[in-house]
Write a protein that binds this ligand. Structure first.
Ligand code: NDP
Length: 387
């Protein structure tokens, strides 16, 4: 029996994870579920999954959460705020934490879970992009485990199973990318938030959907892969694969390429990470190879989607540059979703921040939070110029 805290329970990843958990009564127990502002949905999930604690990030909504739990006859304890988020990630009765908050907002509770030696199932890619060195050190020092949930990294984790350090040291990673909703649309001038969020293969939260449309999502994943698998930028490639059937690949020195395939459904990587090293039913549809048709591949168009090259630039620059990239992207995407910034100005906004702000390396979390905050100020100014 594994006891779980699920950070970001009301989101796309959170609800998919709870679907997998509910398929295996007796195998998992939910200790805590969290959300930011959606108190009604959080109370409903907490009552349904018999959670002991529900935490709402926005402290003004704790009363609403408590009332909603009471209305459902639940004994679940309602809490709120950042301290409560970190505490449920570190609770002694918990052995597994799923980090599925969106954005750098998930960094502190994710780090708290790592520092207390939990098995960390990582979906919150922005946390590792911003704080890769601190997060990996915390896992090492506390003796915890990290299992990637992002489908590409989850695929690579599966492909690397059974290889030794020497083989990994010479391997090359190939991350697949669907290309997003605008792979074949040449005029991106009037793109609306709903168009950018209409992903052809995956149903996801709005922020990651926009990141997929700009290819920044793949850029963040390149940085994530570098931290997770200890790979330099030169040994991480990206290939466009519009069908999203191959979730990523590893090429070994003898020329062999191992790939992981599956239908595009996050319950598969979630089930893998939840059950590892076992395998459990996920609920995802099986691939039907007789109906699949062609699997195609092409190079990413960096002129149309420059965000991918910004991520390589940040990774090569090192230090806290990836945190600056992430902060600039979060600010630009939020402005786009709020219709304050055109889609085609997202990339120039981010590039301007990278040109203007080259931070010192961050030795501590406080350094990192300060860099994140300064990068957001710089990005807000850039958004105003590009609006
Ligand atoms: P969603 O937007 O669907 O869900 C985000 C979750 O985080 C919600 O529970 C939300 O609560 C909570 N949240 C939002 N802001 C805060 C905050 N400031 N503090 C605390 N909690 C917060 O996102 P996704 O599920 O799509 O993505 C989650 C993470 O997983 C992202 O990092 C994404 O990149 C990654 N990921 C997602 C995939 C997908 O298929 N969706 C695939 C691979 C990775 P509330 O509902 O109250 O707002």
């Amino acid at each position: 029996m594994r006891t779980i805290t699920l950070l970001g329970a009301t989101g796309s990843i959170g609800t998919s994870a709870l679907d997998v958990v509910a398929r295996h009564p007796g195998r998992y127990r939910i200790h805590a579920l969290t959300a930011q502002s959606n108190a009604a949905a959080l109370a409903e999930l907490a009552a349904r999954h018999d959670a002991s604690v529900a935490v709402i990030g926005d402290v003004r909504r704790e009363g609403e959460l408590r009332d909603a739990l009471r209305a459902r006859g639940s004994n679940c304890v309602a809490r709120s705020g950042p301290t409560a988020l970190a505490e449920v990630a570190q609770a002694p009765e918990v052995d597994t934490v799923l980090a599925a908050i969106v954005g750098a907002a998930g960094l502190m509770p994710t780090l708290a879970a790592a520092q207390s030696g939990k098995r960390l199932l990582l979906a919150n890619k922005e946390a590792i992009v911003c704080a890769g060195s601190l997060l990996m050190a915390a896992i090492r020092e506390a003796g915890g485990e990290l299992l990637p949930v992002d489908s590409e990294h989850n695929a690579i984790h599966q492909c690397l199973a059974g290889s030794n350090d020497e083989q990994r040291g010479q391997a090359r990673l190939v991350l697949t990318a669907s290309g997003g909703p605008f792979l074949n649309r040449l005029d991106l001038a009037g793109v609306t938030p709903d168009e950018a969020c209409a992903h052809p293969n995956w149903v996801m939260g709005r922020k990651i959907s926009v990141d997929s449309a700009t290819l920044m999502n793949k850029g963040l994943e390149v940085i994530e892969a570098s931290w997770l698998f200890g790979m330099p930028a030169e040994r991480i490639d990206v290939v466009i694969h519009p069908q999203s059937v191959i979730h990523s690949m590893v090429e070994f020195p003898d020329g062999s390429v191992l790939a992981q395939l599956g239908s595009p459904d996050m319950r598969t990587p979630l089930a893998y990470a939840l059950a590892w090293p076992d395998r459990v039913e996920s609920g995802a549809n099986r691939l039907d190879f007789k109906r699949l048709g062609a699997l195609t591949f092409e190079a990413p168009d960096l002129a149309r989607f420059p965000c991918l090259s910004f991520a390589y630039r940040a990774l090569r620059a090192g230090g806290a540059t990836s945190a600056v990239l992430n902060a600039a992207n979060e600010v630009a995407v939020e402005a786009f979703l709020e219709r304050r910034l055109p889609f085609i100005r997202i990339a120039p906004t981010i590039e301007q921040v990278l040109d203007e702000y080259q931070p010192e390396p961050a030795a501590t979390v406080d350094d990192l939070l300060e860099i994140d905050s300064l990068a957001r100020e710089c990005a807000a100014r850039a958004v105003a110029e590009h609006a």
